[in-house]
Design a protein around this ligand. Structure first.
Ligand SMILES: Nc1nc2c(ncn2[C@@H]2O[C@H](COP(=O)(O)OP(=O)(O)OP(=O)(O)O)[C@@H](O)[C@H]2O)c(=O)[nH]1
Length: 431
């Protein structure tokens, strides 16, 4: 097709709907095309006479300053092109976002002329939707992100919302540039969970979530990341998600978990925990023959203490005995209150003989401890106990507890303030 150069250029400009500008940097003379004026709601006649003042008047003052700064960089040969995003006032007073691009025109031999030429493209729709998204990202209670994965261990963030700074003091652009900056603030103990979640993300290609701790101002805070993969227009999977601070929820969970296994009065484990721990110990015994022994301990004539000195003093006795026991046990031993005035101790890797010694030591310590009533008058407390080691013939947790209860009952029947095991029980029966 034999079209003139001018005709082809005109067709391209019309087709791209670009406003064009030409500016004599020396004289201030300016030429705009019709599209340039119509983009702002004017006709060319309405903005006559044209000069650089027309631009100076319509461009937002903040952007005008930036635009002249970038133009001077171009004119000083620091950058090959001039490019600036500017707000320009429309005829109706609203602002139009314009992508302003141009360059200094040079003669074929490279000699610069006095003219700069370029285009203005209306990018208001893109800018406004970007701003809506930025406002949305700033108002959600979390950090929005998107990332791509090459493998379960190679991933990079395409986007991280600015809230990352407010949440944990990391600039979103620093995370986008290098995701490994997060390694400095994530608790190393939680890396395994994060790696597992990334593996699941990569393999299942479905929504995945992960909880982990981040150091914020030197204190640990719990966060939860949830991400879902979406295929982009080029077919590539991109994960989009949100990171939220779940510290309050975690604290509550931890408190509830603690309360659900703790005896409120003594701070020791409660019956629920003890029976579960007994079940676990029995499984270990059956699978690996890991031995363990059990002590059941009960305060003697506790009713009398309550009746003589009041419930509050009775509570203090329970609590003090709990402390005395806890202070004499190893960290691996489990001590708790089964209810009322009865305590239970699970001693892993402990023979019956060793357990009897430990139980008898408790008995003596309690008996030698000075307890005080409301009037600070001392009184003596005694305990009785039953001790047994786990054996193959024990059928269940209930069976084990029944056996230890029987020994305890025998100790009470045999005069209290004593510890009995199967053998001493038999001996006492023979007597
Ligand atoms: N102060 C206080 N008393 C409790 C608590 N739980 C149970 N008791 C009391 O513990 C007493 C247990 O009484 P009994 O079962 O007759 O046992 P005992 O008086 O210790 O007698 P023996 O076990 O046979 O030596 C009852 O009076 C209960 O009210 C508690 O949490 N605090």
């Amino acid at each position: 097709m034999n079209l003139s150069h001018e005709l082809r250029l005109q067709a391209i400009i019309d087709g791209t709907r670009a406003g064009t500008w030409e500016w004599n940097v020396k004289t201030g003379e300016v030429i705009f095309n019709e599209r340039w004026a119509s983009m702002l709601g004017f006709t060319l006649e309405e903005i006559q006479p044209l000069s650089i003042e027309t631009w100076n008047r319509l461009c937002h003052p903040d952007d005008l300053k930036q635009s002249y700064m970038l133009i001077s960089q171009h004119l000083d040969n620091q950058v090959p092109f001039y490019e600036c995003l500017c707000r320009v006032r429309r005829k109706d007073g609203s602002w139009c976002w314009i992508q302003d691009r141009g360059m200094l025109v040079k003669e074929p031999d490279g000699t610069p002329t006095d003219w700069m030429m370029g285009t203005h493209i209306d990018v208001s729709i893109e800018q406004e939707s970007q701003q809506h998204f930025a406002h949305l990202a700033a108002s959600v209670p979390g950090i929005l992100f998107s990332f791509e994965m090459d493998s379960p261990v190679e991933f990079r963030f395409n986007y991280v919302s600015e809230r990352s700074y407010a949440y944990f003091g990391l600039d979103c652009r620093a995370i986008e540039a290098d995701a490994s900056v997060l390694l400095d603030i994530i608790y190393p103990a939680d890396f395994t969970d994060i790696k597992a979640a990334l593996k699941t993300c990569y393999r299942s290609k479905s929504e995945t979530s992960c909880q982990f701790r981040i150091a914020v101002d030197g204190a640990e805070q719990w966060f939860q990341a949830v991400a879902r993969p979406i295929r982009d227009p080029f077919g590539k999977l991109v994960w989009h998600g949100m990171l939220t601070n779940i510290d309050d929820q975690k604290q509550l969970e931890n408190t509830l978990a603690y309360l659900s296994v703790t005896d409120e009065l003594t701070g020791l484990f409660n019956r629920r925990y003890l029976t579960r721990a007994l079940g676990d110990s029995m499984k270990l015994y059956r699978r690996y023959k890991t031995p363990f022994s059990l002590i059941s301990l009960d305060i003697d004539h506790f009713k009398r203490i309550n009746d003589s000195y009041g419930h509050l003093v009775g509570d203090r006795v329970l609590s003090k005995i709990g402390k005395l026991m806890k202070n004499r046990l190893r960290v691996t031993d489990i001590v708790g209150r089964m209810g009322g005035e009865e305590f239970l101790v699970i001693l892993p890797n402990t023979s019956e003989e060793e357990a009897i010694q430990i139980a008898d030591n408790f008995r003596q310590v309690v008996n030698q401890t000075e307890f005080l009533n409301e009037d600070y008058i001392p009184f003596v407390v005694a305990v009785s106990g039953g001790v047994l080691e786990m054996t193959d013939d024990v059928t269940s947790v209930e069976d084990l507890l029944k056996r230890s209860d029987r020994l305890l009952y025998e100790a009470k029947e045999s005069g209290r303030n004593m510890i009995l095991n199967k053998q001493s029980h038999r001996k006492s029966q023979c007597r």
